[in-house]
Ligand binder design. Structure first.
Ligand SMILES: [Zn+2]
Length: 391
């Protein structure tokens, strides 16, 4: 039997342990931030993965690299007792700790946005999203290993392409998650809250082809692609339904050549967010059914839903309640929140595996110049992670 709701479970001891390790945790986080790892530079992401792998091996983890050609290698590390794949008991006791190595920041960002400690925060590119979260996970695993409290198998999976939609890591994440009883995601907290629901995301591109003509001499012979695109923009924007949590936002448009030429080409890129899984196929059908009003124009509609929504299901709520109870023992209140942003947790939740997200660092400014982590929350949140993994 797993160690469930043991009243004597030493949460306070875990907190004291996390406080003792806070300086080492910060050093590790800084080391990972110094290894800049933009999604599109494989070699750099691999260097960052190497640092984590070295640390994980030192803690007794069994490292496996899922080699990639275009993106960085995906890092899988197993800790704790091995549970047999396929056995019901094994499934019940194995958990996935999910994060990503890549950041949105290009190489060289550190020159103008250096990693530094000031005003009680760790600043720098990728601190919050999510290198501090990785350092917290390794520290939690270190504490549990040292205390002999790791009684279930933990798989730490760090993807290399999360910030660009997880094109290569998605099948790996889904396969491992389907062998686990729970998924804990190391993305930053939402304010102080963890995340029990996330919207799903979609991207569409629409290309309109019309017919070019001299705007003065041959106006009637032209089929204006920009005008047709404007109608499409109006139509798809009208699909937004805030009550359902469905938004369609045309983010980028382009088209035409010169003002005195009836434009033959125009295009738009569109961001779609859905709160309900069932809205995925619905919105896909609507995009597929778009037709040009000017019959001389043709529309090409590409892409689609990328991440299904993480809906607030019963299994996830149970994980949240467990986390909330542990947090209370640690002396803080853990709220839950939902967000419009997506993570790899969307994939695991959509498989029906209970998924609790936002268990990484507390801070502000992910993807922004003021990206930073609040140092005082590192130890309590690391103790919380350790508690979740131990039980
Ligand atoms: Zn992230």
């Amino acid at each position: 039997m797993p160690v469930c709701s043991n009243p004597a479970f030493p949460m306070r001891a875990l907190l004291a342990g996390a406080r003792r390790k806070e300086q080492a945790l910060l050093r590790l986080a800084r080391k990972l931030v110094a290894a800049e790892s933009p999604s599109d530079v494989k070699a750099s992401v691999d260097v960052c993965a190497g640092l984590v792998a070295d640390r994980a091996r030192a803690l007794g983890g069994i490292v496996k690299l899922h080699r990639q050609r275009e993106f960085g290698d995906v890092l899988e590390v197993r800790f704790g007792p091995r549970s047999r794949a396929g056995s019901r008991n094994g499934l019940r006791q194995r958990v996935l700790l999910l994060g990503h190595l890549d950041t949105v920041w290009p190489l060289g960002t550190l020159k103008t946005m250096p990693c530094r400690l000031s005003e009680g925060r760790l600043w720098g590119p990728g601190t919050l999203d999510m290198k501090a979260g990785i350092a917290m996970a390794l520290t939690a695993l270190e504490m549990l290993t040292e205390a002999g409290l790791l009684e279930q198998e933990v798989i730490l999976l760090l993807t290399s392409d999360e910030e660009v939609g997880s094109p290569v890591s998605r099948p790996i994440t889904e396969r491992l998650a389907s062998e686990c009883a729970a998924v804990y995601v190391l993305e930053p907290a939402q304010g102080l809250a963890c995340k029990t629901a996330r919207k799903g995301t979609g991207n569409w591109r629409i290309d309109v082809k019309g017919r070019a003509a001299h705007a003065g001499v041959d106006f009637e012979k032209g089929a204006n692609a920009v005008l047709e695109l404007a109608r499409v923009v109006e139509t798809v924007s009208g699909w937004t339904d805030l009550k359902r949590g469905l938004t369609v936002s045309v983010g980028v448009v382009g088209g035409g050549t010169k003002s005195n030429v009836v434009p033959a080409e125009a295009w738009a890129e569109i961001d779609v967010r859905i709160a309900r899984k069932s809205d995925g196929p619905r919105i896909e059908r609507r995009f597929a059914g778009l037709k040009a009003m000017d019959k001389r124009c043709t529309l090409t509609v590409t892409r689609g839903i990328n991440r299904p929504p993480m809906e607030r299901r019963r299994g996830t709520v149970r994980l949240y309640q467990k986390a909330r109870a542990l947090a209370a023992e640690l002396g803080f209140t853990l709220e839950e929140a939902s967000t419009g942003g997506a993570s790899d947790g969307n994939f695991t939740a959509a498989l029906g595996v209970p998924t609790l997200d936002g268990l990484g660092a507390v801070g502000e400014g992910a993807h922004a110049r003021h990206e930073s982590v609040v140092v005082e929350h590192l130890a309590p949140r690391t103790a919380l992670l350790a508690g979740l993994l131990a039980k």
